[in-house]
Design a protein around this ligand. Sequence first.
Ligand code: NAP
Length: 291
Amino acid sequence: MKPVMAVLGAGRMGSALVKALLAAQYDTHVWNRTSSRCAPLAALGAHVAPTVLAAVSAADIVIGNLHDYDAGDRLLHAPDVAAALRGKLLIELASGSPRLARERERWAREQGIRYLDGAIMATPDYIGASSATILYSGPQELFERSKGVLLALGGNAVHAGEDVGHASALDSALLIAMWGQLFGLLQGAAICEAEQLPFGTYAKYLAGIKPMIDGATVDLSGRLERRQFAADETTLATLGAHYGAFQHLVELCTERGIPRAIPDAFGAIFRAAIDAGHAEDDFAVLSRFMR
Ligand code: NAP
């Protein structure tokens, strides 16, 4: 028998979660503060709950997907809601931090509620797809037991560890890698605009150097894993070589009046390592200045 589901939150992501559950034939209740957002979900077969208590009471498994943990806490901590959750599984899928996940887990344990903390590494259009990655942390046994539902939400459902904070920790660690690339793209676009280079030209060359960037990422990952910071015969470029090229970027931004917030942040880390005598080391040595 499939568990009855409840989703708290029918925003962009919450609605996608409800749709994926309905598509996988789960009987699904949904509550949203602004109830009109539930109308398209009702048309697909979801039961619209008038209150959080009604949604939680109707379900075996409750998924939280409000804006943040704070909004969720304010609703879940109501004594009647907490009592209705007792013995059930609560899966939090709002974005949060390891601290928030651990606080929520502690509260859930005190209330007799089983708890998994999740981090969605996908946009709403991917929810329910086989390629959608969602990380979960908490007891492996709970993860395995709920696997059917978790796979309905995203085909790449991953148990990120028993430490309930680790899904959120990985979320932040993975997103900074994404933002690093995206902010870099924005800075590059600003340079092109200042130099009157069409964006399309930039995009074309960016695609062309992607294999080089991917290779450097693999090389750096290996060195971090091995904690190998000194340059060796396979080092792609020393820190000093990187810094020389980087200074031309800073000069260009300064001359053209392009905001330097991002280059200056990189520059501070470069300089700390260079000043400490690491110009001849591998780029990987910068990791020692970021802890
Ligand atoms: P959204 O479209 O802005 O929806 C926010 C939801 O939170 C709505 O249901 C909203 O209700 C509700 N809400 C906000 N404050 C509330 C409060 N004080 N009390 C009760 N309900 C409240 O955001 P979203 O994109 O669905 O994101 C939801 C969560 O998923 C966030 O934690 C987000 O970081 C995470 N997430 C999103 C994505 C994505 O690509 N969208 C990806 C990964 C993770 P109303 O409709 O009444 O305003």
